[in-house]
Design a protein around this ligand. Structure first.
Ligand SMILES: [Zn+2]
Length: 433
């Protein structure tokens, strides 16, 4: 489905990239999981993000190999863990040298995000541990800590732009919504550079992330439009390599904005036609244009159009999304599956699993998975042959999920599949006990 996939690898996205100098020779991109932008002025450095806590030392080392200038200002593009928790080595240096503390510019809603993180710290560790299970956190108990935050000294209200000057150079920050409700991007007019934060991530945008709260596809497209209006020559994304050249930057921003608008507007059109989620989801994906599938800027290696349909629907609709009142006060699915297995009777479970195997062979993996689920949910270990049937169902589901995962370009989806396989393997061991 996604023909340009090879052009953008996961390492480009989450890469620890060699620092890159660009534009006037005083601008840098330092890539360490998330990117840090830096501009050296006569009065010190302006940094755009400060990375994750775990990448802080590396970022510090990379930056100090380039310049010893003190930090004048830090702009935080949003409050996610990978963009604004890498400051500790920098603060230690400031304390050691007796330098003045930097100005810290952020969106007005960023402090509320940090308060939320404090309230939900264990929960966030849990969901981030699942979302990033293949790349991070495997041995870390607390991947995100809000114990030591960089406190903003200047807040910018949503929709507002404000200018700041460092060393005779002006920069403009603009507060918008997109991946988060606390997004800021920065315009450096002297080099025509946009520092985008995660409003641009070198993948289909991370909108509709399955683990995370509401994100804002329409506002996001609008923010990209505001970047386009500046006519940038350079784009420093939140993740991925520097994008250089007015034509390439324009194409990257424009195709991403159009894809976000497309998914959002197609969902809205179908909401207005009185459609329910399942039909909207499949119809919008069937209509998703080849132009977007081919674009190297929209490869679904992290976010994907499927997630974007969810995000757009969830903006305007509540949780009752099927049109089937069974779902208003739903029974436990295990109770329904148990009834079904009882009805199938002797040999019925075997027939069901055999049918799922046949569907797998025919390439109908999603339907096969749904069939096997009845056995996983409804079989009672210890009853008749159901222990054996349950073990067979687990093996088959593992096979199905692994097969499904190999066709899946999104790292988040693949991690969901792999985490589930790990859980099933634990369950399998516990059955005979
Ligand atoms: Zn990020």
């Amino acid at each position: 489905m996604f023909e340009g996939r090879d052009e953008m690898s996961l390492n480009d996205f989450f890469g620890t990239l060699e620092p890159e100098r660009f534009a006037d020779g005083n601008s840098y991109l330092i890539g360490a999981f998330a990117n840090v932008g830096a501009v050296e002025t006569g009065d010190g450095l302006v940094l755009f993000d400060i990375g994750s806590e775990m990448a802080g030392e590396r970022i510090f080392h990379d930056l100090r190999a380039i310049t010893k200038a003190p930090i004048h200002t830090i702009v935080l593009s949003h409050g996610h863990f990978d963009h604004c928790f890498g400051h500790r080595p920098f603060l230690a240096e400031i304390a050691e040298k007796g330098w003045q503390a930097p100005d810290v510019i952020a969106h007005q809603l960023l402090p509320a995000r940090f308060e939320k993180y404090n309230m939900l710290d264990r929960y966030h560790n849990w969901i981030n541990g699942m979302q990033f299970s293949s790349v991070l956190f495997a041995r870390r108990k607390n991947p995100v800590s809000t114990e030591h935050i960089l406190v903003p000294t200047r807040l910018v209200r949503e929709g507002e732009s404000c200018e700041f000057q460092v060393g005779g150079r002006g920069f403009v920050v603009r507060a918008e919504r997109g991946e988060t409700d606390d997004a800021i991007w920065t315009w450096d007019p002297s080099t025509k550079t946009v520092f985008a934060g995660d409003l641009f991530i070198s993948s289909f945008p991370n909108v509709g992330n399955p683990y995370k709260v509401q994100r804002y596809p329409k506002h996001w497209a609008t923010a990209l439009g505001h970047m386009l209006e500046k006519g940038p020559d350079f784009l420093v994304p939140g993740h991925g390599r520097l994008i250089s050249g007015a034509g390439r930057v324009r194409e990257a921003l424009s195709v991403t904005a159009r894809a976000l608008d497309f998914v959002h507007d197609e969902v809205v059109k179908r909401l207005n036609e009185g459609m329910w989620f399942e039909d909207i989801y499949h119809e919008v994906l069937a209509a998703y244009p080849d132009e977007f599938k081919r674009s190297p800027w929209l490869q679904p290696i992290y976010g994907c159009p499927e997630y974007a349909v969810h995000a757009s629907y969830r903006l305007y609709h509540g949780w009752y999304d099927s049109g089937n009142p069974t779902d208003v006060h739903p029974p436990r699915r295990a109770d329904v599956s148990r009834e079904l297995l009882d009805l199938l009777g002797d040999g019925g479970v075997e027939r069901l699993l055999a049918r799922a195997e046949a569907l797998l062979a025919a390439g109908s993996i999603d339907v096969a998975m749904a069939l096997v689920d009845h056995v996983l949910l409804g079989a009672m270990p210890g009853e008749g042959g159901q222990t054996t049937a349950l073990e067979r169902a687990i093996l088959l589901k593992v096979k199905l999920v692994r097969k499904r995962s190999t066709a899946e370009p999104s790292m988040i989806s693949r991690n969901i599949y792999q985490n589930y396989v790990n859980e099933l393997n634990i369950r399998k061991k516990s059955i005979r006990k």
